[in-house]
Design a protein around this ligand. Structure first.
Ligand SMILES: NC(=O)c1ccc[n+]([C@@H]2O[C@H](COP(=O)([O-])OP(=O)(O)OC[C@H]3O[C@@H](n4cnc5c(N)ncnc54)[C@H](OP(=O)(O)O)[C@@H]3O)[C@@H](O)[C@H]2O)c1
Length: 223
């Protein structure tokens, strides 16, 4: 561990600004820990922003529509599930069997175990939010109803629904949207997806671990 960068403790929603850059500047292979003021980590904000842009900006989801939220216990997927549900959509979350309860707790109305259940049994959906790609993306495209959309964040793709759109995008900084996310985290409408919390002393071991990670890793700087 060499570098610690801390955000302004008083900056609130503007807390993405680094105010305490390490000297000497971090080398590319240093571990950089960012400490944020408001009790959530900025990766949550990026995941939230990604979900927001996919659902509302690109997907134009509306109340009463249905969303297939892949990886619904993961960082982006858990935000997709929560935001889509809040917007009045019916959410089918997917993932591994072990994540069923977590996905339901994040707001999925139902859960599909990708290893055991048959994706095609879902029937038609208005929006697929893809965070996995590959064969699951291809098969999910066939579920998109006429006029619906496949939104993916795993890179450019040629896969298209028969009578719908595909949008692949890279999340962009957007202050008003970020404020929407922060507001929801503060008032409890959005729950963060924190996994392991480890001490600074254990940070390198934690990051180097090959164990399956569930949720975002937090390194606690103060004991
Ligand atoms: N374009 C953008 O702007 C943008 C923004 C954010 C993220 N991304 C990309 O989006 C992807 C997801 O990011 P994330 O942070 O949400 O990752 P994550 O926290 O690991 O979430 C992915 C979820 O999908 C599950 N999953 C993956 N493959 C699966 C499979 N074959 N069967 C069942 N479940 C599976 C994972 O389970 P396991 O953990 O058990 O594998 C995990 O729960 C990454 O490729 C990331 O680079 C792109």
């Amino acid at each position: 561990m060499k570098a610690i960068a801390a955000t302004d403790q008083t900056a609130g929603t503007a807390g993405m600004k680094l105010v305490e850059l390490p000297e000497p500047r971090a080398a590319i292979n240093d571990v950089v820990v960012q400490v944020h003021a408001a009790g959530f980590v900025n990766t949550e904000l990026i995941s939230g922003l990604t979900a927001w842009q996919g659902l509302f900006q690109h997907g134009r989801i509306k109340a009463g529509q249905s969303v297939l939220a892949h990886g619904a216990a993961g960082a982006v997927g858990s935000m997709v599930a929560q935001l889509a549900r809040e917007a009045g959509a019916y959410v089918i979350g997917t993932g591994r069997a072990a994540d069923r309860q977590k996905a339901l707790d994040f707001g999925a109305n139902e859960f599909l175990d990708l290893a055991k259940d048959t994706l095609e049994d879902v029937g038609g959906v208005d929006l697929v939010f893809d965070v996995i790609g590959g064969d699951f993306q291809k098969r999910s495209a066939t579920l998109v109803r006429a006029g619906g959309i496949l939104v993916t964040v795993v890179g450019p793709t040629d896969i298209r629904p028969a009578d719908g759109l595909t949008v692949d995008f890279v999340v962009e900084a957007d202050r008003p949207q970020l404020s929407e996310i922060v507001q929801r985290i503060r008032d409890g409408r959005l729950r963060t997806n924190i996994g392991k919390v480890s001490s600074l002393d254990d940070a390198i071991g934690t990051f180097n671990s090959t164990d399956r990670r569930a949720g975002k890793t937090v390194i606690r700087v103060r004991p």
